[in-house]
Design a protein. Structure first.
Length: 258
């Protein structure tokens, strides 16, 4: 029966519900989910001592079960050299494999690499294409924020503050704290929108309450300068001190102030 299941898989025939092949596939997917979660636990120090090397080991096990999340997470470690030797080329290969299987975070990461030229030849138009693919795939909020930044800065596309604002709002509505901080920046400076300190404070606060460093920093400075809120040195210190604390897993997606 196992040989038959393998033959069906190699021929590309989808397993029929309730079949042995379907059961094997489901068990493999479940194993991949469990192993990926274990890797995440070691990466984040969730219930276990933080250990990037151990996280990488679990991600590799999950990749044997075709977990695209594990591919993307291991690529992140390889890109930064966290717990394992830094290897941008291997990271790119894993991102491509996960993206080909439909993982929108891998698509977004490829966009980041093409934007910066890390591990690949810099190509801003290709970066935009990957962000658009991630958005088309599942409306990925990180890709929405990153594409908004491209339109704000004219990276791979012509500057369009209208499109940037629309994309930032879509990302923020989906819960992306970096997009919230970026909206705070726009309203604080009056870039593409009427300058409005009160609205800026509202966006910074939403981002800050989600632990976003850019939101914490923006809110802290608004309290420090008394913009949109009464001047309050104690509140300014509170939010600015949070920025100085180590961030285990930083919020995903760049801010327009970076």
């Amino acid at each position: 029966m196992l040989a038959l299941a393998c033959l069906l898989a190699s021929c590309g025939a989808p397993p029929k519900p309730g079949s042995v092949a379907a059961g094997i596939e489901a068990a493999s997917q479940q194993a991949g989910l469990v192993e990926t979660q274990r890797g995440d636990d070691y990466r984040d120090g969730n219930g276990v001592p933080q250990n990037y090397g151990e996280a990488a080991r679990w991600y590799r096990l999950a990749i044997e079960h075709d977990s695209t999340a594990a591919m993307t997470n291991l690529a992140n470690l390889l890109l930064k050299g966290e717990g394992i030797a830094q290897d941008p080329a291997a990271a790119v290969a894993l991102y491509r494999r996960a993206a080909a299987a439909g993982n929108s975070y891998a698509m977004t990461s490829l966009g980041d690499l093409y934007r910066t030229g890390k591990g690949v030849a810099r190509n801003e138009a290709e970066a935009v294409r990957w962000y658009e693919s991630a958005i088309e795939r599942d409306h990925n909020s990180v890709a929405l924020n990153d594409l908004a930044l491209c339109y704000e800065q004219g990276t791979g596309v012509a500057v369009s503050m209208d499109r940037a604002l629309r994309l930032y709002n879509e990302a923020a509505a989906a819960g992306n704290s970096t997009a919230m901080a970026n909206l705070g920046n726009l309203y604080a400076t009056g870039r593409g929108v009427p300058q409005d300190d009160a609205v800026a404070v509202g966006w910074y606060r939403k981002a800050a309450e989600l632990g976003n460093p850019a939101g914490e920093r923006g809110l802290g400075y608004m309290y420090l300068e008394g913009r949109g809120v009464p001047k309050d040195i104690a509140q300014a210190r509170r939010w600015l001190e949070l920025v100085a604390q180590p961030q285990t897993i930083p919020p995903r997606g760049r801010t327009s102030s970076e």
